[in-house]
Design a binder for this molecule. Structure first.
Ligand SMILES: C[S@@+](CC[C@H](N)C(=O)[O-])C[C@H]1O[C@@H](n2cnc3c(N)ncnc32)[C@H](O)[C@@H]1O
Length: 219
């Protein structure tokens, strides 16, 4: 998925992936990560996700990375925060309140920016990427996260070929193949997600499994 694809999606307002509510698996499984209040959380491919607001309300500092300036601007506007913008080279950094969002390419994102994070939250990031980009995504994520950081990953699986992604179907055996070299993997829940996903039902998906994974870096 080239960056133009995402810029166009944001320009046209085609953001069916955006959820106005807080993801329930985030709310139910976040406590399992056992993070201290005040710790920082990384949200790759953040969009303007409201989940970042929920994380901030739990006392976390939130560090996002997002390609689209429209998305970053909308996030701060909807949060009621006037951000400061700093262009210290690329990417541009938008910050305000508990949020720091880097407006740029995740694949060029460097480890210093997330050196202090205790965890990462991936909802609709891995599954937004086509198969050939997923290994690079997981390798880069593992390479920039501190060793002790945990990851809450939420992925979708549906019958291959029912729709053209994104979102792409990423089954648990693929999550294992991609993540096992760097992470220990626990499945927290695999549940039917079709009833809650009107967008994907309308697009023709007939079966949907939504799985929450806890990833822990291997020592
Ligand atoms: C499917 S959306 C999910 C957004 C968010 N995680 C959510 O739950 O609403 C994927 C987002 O990733 C952004 N994106 C795609 N490729 C990216 C990249 N290489 N670096 C940073 N952001 C990227 C897109 O602009 C889009 O906002």
């Amino acid at each position: 998925m080239e960056s133009d694809f995402w810029h166009e999606r944001w320009q046209r307002g085609e953001i069916g992936f955006h959820q106005p509510h807080i993801h329930d698996q985030l709310q139910r499984f976040w406590p399992a990560l056992g993070l201290g209040a005040g710790s920082s959380v990384f949200v790759p491919l953040s969009g303007k996700s409201r989940d970042m607001v929920w994380l901030a309300e739990r006392g976390h500092k939130v560090i996002g990375v997002e390609l689209s300036e429209l998305a970053v601007a909308a996030f701060f506007e909807e949060a009621g925060i006037a951000p400061q913008r700093q262009q210290a080279g690329a990417p541009e950094v938008w910050s305000g309140g508990p949020y720091t969002i880097y407006c740029g390419d995740f694949f060029k994102f460097e480890a210093d920016a997330v050196a202090d994070v205790s965890a990462a939250y991936d909802r609709a990031a891995l599954i937004a990427l086509p198969p050939d980009m997923r290994p690079g995504y997981v390798t880069h994520l593992a390479s920039i996260l501190p060793r002790a950081a945990k990851v809450l990953l939420i992925a979708l699986d549906y019958p291959e070929g029912e729709i053209a992604g994104p979102p792409f179907a990423v089954a648990s055996d693929e999550v294992t193949r991609l993540c096992a070299p760097a992470f220990d993997i626990d499945i927290l829940e695999a549940r039917d997600g079709l009833a809650a996903s009107e967008n994907l039902r309308k697009r023709g998906v007939t079966r949907l499994v939504e799985t929450a994974y806890l990833l822990r870096r291997r020592a």
